[in-house]
Design a protein around this ligand. Structure first.
Ligand code: NAD
Ligand code: WQD
Length: 337
């Protein structure tokens, strides 16, 4: 059974390709390489010992997509391809709406032309509004606060409308919390371009000497140690969640959202301490001002994914840090060198 993976060369996509091959699926990958390198897929093929077709196609190129769907029968689509930098989306909203919303519509129309009705979509915990109540459940109010988040929210709405109009469609909206870590082989991992925005890649680049010190964005939040709390979840747990979600959409119709997180929150200082304990490396740090738009606390309610997908995260923060570090240590320049 062949699964089309859009954005399969990216961070979460590449790890999910490994999990899909290990679960016995055939793959075909579409990626524009706007934020990734073909090398990532070469490494996936090394890890799994399997080759699969890779198309350097942009989702906005419907003709290019048609050719992919014509080249082999596609049973289902896992749709990762999107731009994901929050700051960039504020500076250049049209690029984000065109790529993430326009690209998704182009993909869904192509699926419709080819009779493909099964989809797993990469949404994000960022679709939730500022909430008092934790954990965030799939019923919590939505209200993204930046253009990137709104692209995810819009695609969720588009898919709800599509499923209402096409009762044979089946869609899982996966709302990831904070994916971190890397495959245990150290061969694939997160390779941000430029200075990382996210906490763990920043910490690993300090550890490897590419950056001087970590700036903690505020320690005066109403949390036990004053730093923000997030639900960090191992990227291989996320990858395996896609296999469960795929099995779910292959067996059902309709549309459901699922949180993918651990259900546990960790503060910035706890993450740094866990990284230092897992690796024996001291992370120089300073406390800076708060970063715009950061919620003090965010963690997932995970009951729905457990009950309906039979999935729960298995790996702890120590394993996330150890795996993130192995990848960075063995690939100090990411896929670059
Ligand atoms: P990534 O940037 O590493 O991967 C995205 C991939 O999509 C890249 O390989 C990029 O080249 C490709 N792509 C982008 N636009 C494309 C287009 N128009 N046509 C074809 N390919 C295109 O990002 P990631 O961290 O792997 O995220 C994967 C998905 O998960 C994204 O949709 C992202 O919004 C979502 N997500 C990520 C996180 C996170 O923290 N990493 C959290 C929640 C949700
Ligand atoms: C985590 C914590 C920072 C960097 C982002 C996106 C979100 C989602 C996942 C896609 C926060 C603090 C960070 C640093 C720090 N992506 N921090 N110093 O903000 O929860 O989520 O990635 O959907 O949309 O917004 O993750 O890793 O950026 O930050 O102190 O150098 O680490 O303030 O408290 P975030 P993050």
């Amino acid at each position: 059974m062949t699964i089309l993976v859009t954005g399969g060369a990216g961070y979460i996509g590449s790890h999910t390709c490994v999990a899909l091959v290990e679960a016995g699926y055939d793959l075909v990958v579409v990626d524009s390489f706007a934020n990734s390198r073909p090398e990532a897929l070469g490494r996936v093929q090394q890890i799994t010992g399997r080759e699969f077709p890779v198309y350097p196609v942009d989702l906005l190129d419907e003709r290019g997509l048609d050719a992919v769907f014509e080249a082999q029968p596609v049973e289902a689509v896992i749709h990762f391809a999107a731009l994901k930098a929050v700051g960039e989306s504020v500076a250049d909203p049209l690029r984000y709406y065109r790529n993430n919303v326009g690209g998704s519509i182009s993909l869904f129309q192509t699926m419709e032309r080819h009779g493909v009705t099964r989809l797993v979509f990469s949404s994000s915990a960022t679709v939730y509004g500022a909430a008092e109540q934790m954990p965030l459940t799939e019923e919590s109010p939505l209200g993204p606060v930046n253009p990137y988040g709104r692209t995810k929210w819009m695609v969720e709405q588009i898919l709800r409308d599509q499923c209402a109009a096409r009762p044979d469609w089946s869609v899982a909206l996966l709302r990831y919390f904070n994916p971190v870590g890397a495959h245990a082989s150290g061969r694939i991992g997160e390779d941000p371009s430029g200075v990382p925005n996210n906490l763990l890649p920043y910490v690993t680049q300090v550890a490897v000497g590419r950056l001087e010190q970590l700036t903690i964005h505020g320690d005066d939040y109403p949390t036990p140690d004053g730093t923000c709390i997030r639900d960090y979840v191992h990227v291989m747990d996320i990858a395996e969640g896609h296999v469960n979600a795929l099995q779910h959409v292959l067996m059902t119709t309709g549309i459901e959202a699922f949180n993918l997180g651990t259900g546990r929150g960790s503060s910035v200082l706890e993450v740094v301490a866990a990284f230092e304990a897992a690796t024996g490396i001291d992370i120089p740090r300073r406390v800076g001002p708060r970063r715009n738009g950061d919620a003090p606390v965010s963690y997932a309610g995970v009951d729905k994914a457990k009950q309906q997908l039979g999935w729960q995260a298995k790996r702890d923060l120590t394993e996330m840090c150890a795996d993130a570090w192995r990848w960075q240590r063995e690939n100090p320049q990411g896929y670059g060198v």
